[in-house]
Design a protein around this ligand. Structure first.
Ligand code: SF4
Length: 234
């Protein structure tokens, strides 16, 4: 089966395999969603800036008080920087991230009437916002099909043979034509959950993986190497 998967490089075969993988993961991780808590586009944008190289759980601990204090882009833009810092100081690179949040919100006030824009071209003009963040905002805040390549999407796309690239922007360009538009947002959530629960970086749980038969590396971890491991640990 592994050989057959490795030989299935025709774009139509790749798309077909991807959709099968999507359907299996959709059942396996029915609860998959973006791990960050937010209630509007601005909150998501701020949470994503905070989440860079940090755990989502810590971001979710910090943001309720932050979001209660600052409700608009102008609130962040006009606040003393030290005041914002006090809310986020438990996160790594707190000073840099505070600066990015404030610069980003000042730009929103200056150029976008304080609203988070709905196009990637506009989003990436904001300080601290690259294609990954912009696409995650588009997909999750606005429901616009987009592929945000975070660490899990990157790693699993490589492992599943959907890309040979390691640059996130190039991976996005590889994935966009083969992931059906209506599946793009959830596809990212599913790869994130599968990457956390089963296809973990150091020792993927291949023997208990529901897409084992569709993966080019079904034997990356042998059953005897997993004897004491539980199935899920998210
Ligand atoms: S078979 Fe192994 S390497 Fe392939 S997706 Fe599943 S856990 Fe990851």
């Amino acid at each position: 089966m592994a050989k057959a998967v490795k030989n299935a490089t025709h774009p139509a075969a790749t798309r077909d395999r991807l959709v099968k993988i999507y359907e299996l993961l959709d059942k396996e991780h029915a609860d998959a969603k973006l791990a960050l808590d937010y209630t509007n586009p601005l909150e998501l944008l701020v949470a994503l800036i905070l989440a860079a190289q940090s755990h989502d759980t810590l971001v979710n601990q910090i943001t309720p008080a932050l979001f209660a204090k600052y409700k608009t882009a102008r609130d962040y833009a006009d606040a003393p920087r030290q005041e914002i810092f006090e809310f986020v100081k438990r996160i790594n690179f707190a000073g840099i991230k505070t600066g990015r949040i404030q610069s980003c919100c000042q730009e929103l006030v200056k150029n976008f009437h304080g609203e988070v824009p709905k196009t990637l071209d506009e989003l990436v003009t904001l300080p601290g916002v690259g294609r990954k963040t912009g696409n995650i905002v588009l997909g999750n805040a606005f429901g616009i099909p987009a592929i945000g390549v975070d660490t899990h999407v990157m790693r699993l796309s490589q492992r599943l043979g959907f890309t040979k690239n390691s640059n996130p922007d190039k991976i996005e360009f590889d994935l966009t034509p083969i992931v059906p538009k209506e599946k793009q947002i959830r596809f990212c959530h599913l790869l994130q959950y599968h990457g956390r629960r089963v296809c973990i970086a150091k020792k993927p749980r291949c023997p208990m993986c529901v897409i084992n038969h569709l993966c080019p590396y079904p034997d990356k971890t042998k059953p005897e190497e997993l004897k004491s491991r539980p199935r899920k640990s998210s």
